[in-house]
Design a protein around this ligand. Structure first.
Ligand code: DGL
Length: 272
């Protein structure tokens, strides 16, 4: 089992930010990724639908024999993490607690901003995770519903992204925050534009690095790190176009990836 792959899911390409960190911190591990690009974004959908889609993806990964699940999507983590930990025999790691931890370590003035999808912000998961560890924080959450489509449609350059990013983040500018949690795995792909909009004094927190650290810690402590010496053959699945996903994957991971198309739902549900 320790040579089995790590299963990673996201609603689209955002979870690749977590894959990049897993590769950096755990280069011998094999990753099996599922990105539900056809049904992305999840963030504006009702909770029941987010849960149904997420469990289809996680069931698919478990059926492939993964040794661990990483929900590399804040929206899916906010809605499904607790239930997923009951449902599966393999460990399940989400991205919210690691992001909250990194923000607490980074803030000096205890004023933290959180941006995410509508579902993540409405779930109140970040404020809860932050306050659970630190009682004296000022937290300002903001939904940025347009950012995911900028990333999924590869419009992340300054020229195309700036008007939307600047306008969306305007409510945060007078909050005096020194730390901003990018509470959506798509947002690090817009980091330079976000940084310009909030100012250079604000530290941006992506949960990818800290999440990969959690993966590493768990595997090490449980003697579950991969022990085969051959280079791992990573596999990527998407509900959307494999060609498109391959292009985005190569762009964000810096190397060509092997992508297959997979429908993880029964055909009659496709219309959802
Ligand atoms: N990547 C997902 C997240 O971290 C959001 C994208 C979506 O709305 O589907 O929340």
């Amino acid at each position: 089992m320790r040579n089995a792959p790590i299963g990673v899911m996201d609603s689209g390409v955002g979870g690749l930010t977590v894959v990049a960190e897993i590769w950096r911190q755990l280069p011998r591990e094999q990753v099996l990724f599922y990105g539900d690009s056809l049904r992305c974004p999840y963030g504006d959908r009702p909770r029941e639908e987010i849960a149904a889609f997420t469990f289809q993806a996680l069931d698919f990964l478990v059926a492939q024999g993964v040794k661990m699940l990483v929900i590399a999507c804040n929206t899916a983590t906010a809605v499904c993490l607790e239930e997923a930990r009951i449902r599966y025999d393999v460990p399940v790691i989400g991205v919210i607690a690691p992001g909250a931890r990194a923000a607490i370590a980074a803030t000096m003035n205890k004023r933290i901003g959180v941006i995410g999808t509508k579902a993540t912000v409405e779930s109140d998961s970040y404020p809860r995770a932050l306050k659970q560890t630190h009682g004296g924080l000022h937290i300002r959450s903001l939904a940025c519903p347009h950012f995911v489509s900028l990333v999924e449609s590869d419009r992340v350059d300054r020229e195309q992204a700036w008007p939307i990013v600047f306008e969306s983040l305007a409510p945060l500018t007078n909050e005096g925050i020194d730390t901003l949690i990018l509470g959506c795995t798509h947002y690090p792909l817009l980091a330079s534009v976000i940084a310009e909009a909030v100012g250079s004094s604000v530290k941006l927190i992506s949960s990818a690095e800290e999440t990969a650290r959690d993966v590493s810690l768990w595997l090490t402590e449980h003697h579950m790190t991969r022990i085969e010496w051959q280079d791992p053959a990573h596999l990527f699945y998407t509900s959307g176009s494999a060609e498109r996903f391959g292009y985005m994957g190569e762009r964000w991971l810096g190397k060509a990836i092997s992508v297959h198309h997979a429908d993880v739902w029964a055909s009659e549900e496709k219309a959802l």
